[in-house]
Design a protein around this ligand. Structure first.
Ligand SMILES: NC(=O)c1ccc[n+]([C@@H]2O[C@H](COP(=O)([O-])OP(=O)(O)OC[C@H]3O[C@@H](n4cnc5c(N)ncnc54)[C@H](O)[C@@H]3O)[C@@H](O)[C@H]2O)c1
Length: 442
């Protein structure tokens, strides 16, 4: 099939490439000329395991093309997929300006029937706005072409995005026309050969499904964080409690790890957008609001724990920070807890030596080198002379480090573990003062 993807970010690039991998001819358009130029040469601007090989192969085999020329992309595709960003607007709602800008451009350039697919996460009612935007442009041109608008939310996870897209648990398609549903089923058939379902529903339900999925996952995280906070005050061990409840299939073990709270490009903004949608329809979403509040507090508690340990005075104290991306296996730092934690500790006068396997360039671009923050070439280098180590992201390389070496490098063997990577009794034996989340430390 001939496809056009608008937006070559984490979602657009992965999905365009995977569609090409299945034999489709895909033109991927982005307004960022530098990004497009790099992609044309097979260099990918993000860290996503496995993606670069796929991009190169499909470029070489002439199934994947990158361009800044929107008209070219519109002319090429029968199916036009919109995967541009939908960041949080000032009132918490999703900012749809990029989505609607693409819709208008499609209206300005289309010359025949098109299926327009919302791949971006967009609130209920967006399909209608897309339809209006396209229709207005067609009217302004004095032409009439038929088109359909489909909601096809994306559930891939950064870090395992290629695998997630190639083998989805399910595909959700919201559309109001049987023939379009058949076309979308044909597009996704190669991805669901193991019989994972393609769930066809109305457009509005599909739009809401994505937000409901993210809200539920965010709720699981805040739930276990709340239980961890109760554990910390009662002497219970959240790791035991987590295992004790997770084996119940109604609860499940996934997404049940306490820590410094969720971040990333999706959960925080999607929670805000869903809260905004609910309120704008006259409903106060109490669970969602509590999930958000618990999440923000979780970062605050972590910083307070560090400050309390030093009796409120971290002025000029050297602290090591391991992990900056919002989760492992990505260089994405959007809404990463590390950014809040770093800003608060810098404001308190600490000197931070940070290390992350992939996200340091992104943090450097975002924060620069403010006084007090330096970037270390390795996890061990970050520990040099540190009075404590703060673990914020659970990269695998941090799971089984050389503790002897760590102790020899640090001024004080103190670890604040925001991801509960180690076994507290073992840490005590190794001579560390160890402070995990919701477990007894030292
Ligand atoms: N990142 C994820 O894990 C994930 C997962 C599921 C869904 N989503 C949703 O997918 C959407 C995209 O997210 P992302 O993380 O890929 O964003 P991103 O910021 O990585 O990528 C967006 C891309 O769109 C481009 N762009 C902006 N305006 C454009 C325009 N007018 N025309 C063409 N290109 C334009 C930008 O240059 C950028 O390359 C969002 O709605 C997000 O909520 C993201």
């Amino acid at each position: 099939m001939k496809l056009a993807m608008f937006g070559a970010g984490y979602v657009g690039l992965v999905t365009a490439t995977c569609f090409a991998e299945m034999g489709n001819e895909v033109v991927c358009m982005d307004t960022d000329a530098a990004k497009v130029e790099a992609l044309q040469q097979g260099r990918i601007p993000i860290y996503e395991p496995g993606l670069e090989d796929y991009v190169r192969r499909n470029l070489e085999e002439n199934r994947l093309f990158f361009t800044t020329d929107l008209a070219e992309a519109v002319a090429h595709g029968l199916i036009l997929l919109i995967a541009v960003g939908t960041p949080q607007d000032t009132d918490g709602s999703a900012d749809l300006s990029a989505v609607l800008a693409v819709a208008r451009e499609i209206g300005r350039h289309m010359n025949g029937y098109k299926v327009i697919v919302e791949k971006s996460t967009v609130p209920v009612g967006t399909a209608l706005l897309v339809r209006q935007a396209v229709s207005e442009e067609l009217r302004a041109r004095g032409v009439e072409f038929e088109f359909d608008v489909v909601s096809n939310p994306e559930f891939l996870k950064e870090g395992t995005a290629v695998d997630d897209f190639m083998k989805p648990d399910r595909v959700v398609v919201g559309c109001d026309d049987v023939r379009v549903a058949e076309l979308m089923k044909e597009l996704y058939a190669p991805f669901v050969r193991t019989n994972h379902p393609i769930i066809i529903m109305d457009v509005v339900s599909a739009e809401l499904t994505k937000y409901a999925a993210n809200a539920f996952l965010a709720t699981k995280i805040s739930f276990i964080n709340e239980i961890a906070n109760i554990c910390a005050r009662t002497g219970a061990d959240v790791d035991m409690v987590r295992r004790g409840i997770g084996s119940d299939p109604r609860i499940g073990n996934l997404f049940l790890f306490p820590g410094v709270g969720y971040g990333g490009s999706c959960f925080p903004k999607d929670m805000q957008a869903l809260i905004h949608t609910a309120r704008s329809r006259g409903y106060e979403p109490r669970i969602l609001e509590a999930v958000e509040a618990v999440n923000l507090d979780q970062r605050r508690y972590f910083v307070e724990k560090v400050l309390d340990f030093f009796h409120g005075d971290v002025q000029d104290r050297v602290l090591a920070v391991w992990g900056l991306s919002f989760k492992p296996l990505t260089d994405d730092i959007r809404e990463a807890p590390s950014l809040t934690i770093i800003s608060r500790l810098l404001a308190a006068g600490a000197r931070l030596q940070a290390y992350d396997p992939k996200a340091m360039p992104a943090v450097q671009a975002h924060l620069g080198e403010p006084p007090g923050l330096s970037y270390a070439p390795s996890g061990y280098a970050a520990l040099q002379g540190a009075e404590a180590l703060l673990i914020i992201t659970e990269w695998t390389a941090f799971r089984e480090p050389d503790f002897e070496r760590m102790r020899s490098l640090m001024k004080n063997p103190v670890i604040f573990d925001g991801r509960n990577l180690y076994h507290p009794p073992k840490m005590a034996k190794l001579g560390f003062r160890y402070f995990p989340v919701g477990q007894k430390g030292e």
